[in-house]
Design a protein around this ligand. Sequence first.
Ligand SMILES: [Zn+2]
Length: 120
Amino acid sequence: MDLLWDIHQQGQISSANQTADRAENKADATVAEIARLQRRIERLALCCQSLWELLREKHGLTEDELQSRILEIDLRDGTTDGKIRTQIVDCPSCGSKTNTKRSLCVICGAPLPLKHTFEV
Ligand SMILES: [Zn+2]
């Protein structure tokens, strides 16, 4: 009876170890993805800051004008949530409803203009 119990326990331990290994692999992949996204955010912030400083220096725009435009763009989807959300638009070729995340119309295949240059 002890032998059967030991075999059962070994099976349980083996199964738990496999589950732990899968969880560790998922955690490692998630950490790597977060690091990749962090690098991307930092690069985008660097690009935005560089563009802003060029505009401020070469064209005399002010922080108030920048903040006002940020608010105006944020409100385009009806919500001030600090995000640019996907919007429903009409395909310029066939008139079908599509969204700003797509680069091609799913109905006619026509290229769709980007609504926002920085939309991801
Ligand atoms: Zn279309």
